[in-house]
Design a protein around this ligand. Structure first.
Ligand SMILES: [Fe+2]
Ligand SMILES: [Fe+2]
Length: 474
């Protein structure tokens, strides 16, 4: 599946044969570039960035790396190849042919799903727009920009679906995706976590570890969809998402490595001493983790949701790795355990599984997240330190669902307002933590040099050396 780069909008969907769509997309394109210039990466227009660009949707199609000005990145529309005779493999339409068009009765729900996913893509670019000014190295700066251009392309992926399959409504929604702005009081992004700030690089690494992983799970669930163009689009997006999570996981790992080194050199675990030596202390890392984890798991929605049941039964959105599961893929009459608070205690209760599918996806996400935190702890273990990072209880600091607003310690103990107040600054990043982390941030642009709070990576990008000039300042 080669991508046609001879066109204004690179694509593998034979865009040239669809005049109406081509016109709609070409009208949207200048608005996208305007959006990129207005709220995309700050002061980046003149930089030459060593970026990878997809040349085809085969696994080998990622091999192309070169210097690009981000504004000239070849954003386009790339779908995974169609599967011949693909069948719907879950829900009430199980066994029927997958849809190549949008069935009228599912139109509103599908549009809502695509808009909600699409909205997160430009949101994260907006959230990350100032980070380039304080990048700890050229290597990290390049990785940030790679994530940014790919989130931009993910927006294209969703806009393609809206404009091709949803007519006038779709065109309006595509326009609105460029109008909402992360954190804007009057016209914010749709989901909470995408209106939070990503003010520093520790937040960026936590975001790409946790929140891009939410992206992975949402996209994986959509890649099961009966609506075939959505399934194919999201499958290709998943190949890009893997790099984003790598940036987060390896980023936090390198911060930890540096912290552990400082702790060993100074033979101390005192936060103030670690800070004075210019590294991030472990309690602060833990608080950042607590924040990003809890805000991200809210993205999966309410633990009981009739929408989730409808989306599944009608075939719009499957479970993570639906095809690998051995149950009946209809789920009627099955139950799942969700949490609630009764008499000041967390208790489990059984509810119909179809209504609990947000919780099912959240629990799959949690398993995946915990595994990576275990790999972070290996860094501490290797350094001979006894401390460990811990994923907080899933009821901690929740704003959505049955657990919203319940005061909970990170271990999952229901606490009163007084106890919460007394410990909040131990459990979540305080203004002072953020100010401290902020004080470490400063741009490092000499090839091979790294800021003092983060260790260099073990290897470079695309087998280039670590001291390669990943970004050229013209
Ligand atoms: Fe994305
Ligand atoms: Fe992403």
């Amino acid at each position: 599946m080669a991508i046609d780069y001879s066109q204004k909008i690179p694509n593998n969907v034979q865009l040239a044969d669809d005049r109406t769509l081509q016109r709609a997309l070409e009208q949207w394109q200048p608005n996208f570039i305007q959006w990129w210039d207005d709220v995309g990466p700050d002061e980046s227009a003149k930089l030459d960035v060593y970026l990878r660009t997809a040349t085809s949707v085969d696994p080998q199609g990622w091999a192309h790396f070169d210097y690009v000005k981000m504004r000239d990145y070849r954003w386009g529309i790339f779908l995974n190849p169609a599967e011949a005779d693909r069948k719907i493999h879950f829900g009430d339409h199980l066994g029927e042919a997958a849809w190549q068009d949008v069935p009228g009765e599912h139109r509103a729900n599908l549009r809502r799903i695509i808009v909600t996913q699409g909205d997160t893509e430009p949101a994260s670019v907006e959230q990350q727009r100032h980070l380039g000014l304080t990048a700890p190295s050229l290597y990290d700066l390049r990785n940030l920009f790679q994530v940014n251009v790919e989130e931009g392309r993910h927006l294209w992926a969703m806009v393609y679906l809206l404009q091709k399959y949803f007519g006038r409504d779709g065109r309006e929604e595509a326009g609105a995706l460029l109008e909402r702005t992360s954190g804007d009081e009057n016209n914010p992004r749709i989901l909470g976590a995408f209106n939070e700030k990503t003010p520093d690089w520790l937040a960026f690494f936590m975001f790409t570890y946790f929140t891009d992983r939410d992206g992975k799970f949402q996209l994986a669930a959509l890649s099961e969809s009966a609506f075939d163009p959505l399934a194919r689009t999201t499958k290709f997006m998943l190949t890009e998402e893997a790099h984003h999570m790598f940036v987060g996981e390896s980023g936090v790992s390198r911060v930890l490595q540096r912290t552990a080194q400082v702790m060993n050199e100074l033979k101390t675990d005192e936060a103030q001493k670690v800070r004075a030596a210019g590294a991030v202390d472990l309690p602060t890392l833990q608080r950042y983790l607590n924040f990003h984890y809890s805000v991200t798991i809210d993205l999966f929605g309410a633990d009981q949701s009739s929408n989730a049941a409808t989306f599944y039964s009608s075939g719009l959105k499957g479970r993570f790795e639906e095809g690998k599961r051995s149950d009946d893929h209809v789920l009627k009459g099955q139950t799942y355990k969700v949490l609630e608070v009764q008499n000041g205690q967390l208790v489990e209760k059984d509810v119909p599984m179809l209504n609990a599918l947000n919780e099912v996806l959240r629990d799959d996400f949690i398993k995946d997240s915990v595994a990576g935190v275990g790999r972070w702890n290996k860094v501490l273990e290797k350094a001979g330190l006894p401390q460990r990072l811990v994923v907080p209880h899933k009821a901690f600091n929740r704003k959505i669902g049955a657990l919203a607003g319940i005061r909970m310690s990170p271990e999952g103990r229901v606490v009163g307002e007084d106890e919460w107040k007394a410990h909040e600054a131990e459990w979540l990043p305080s203004a002072a933590d953020r100010a401290f982390v902020g004080s470490l941030m400063g741009r490092v642009v000499e090839p091979g040099k790294f800021a003092g709070w983060i260790a260099p990576p073990a290897v470079g990008i695309n087998r280039q050396p670590v001291d390669f000039e990943y970004v050229r300042f013209g």
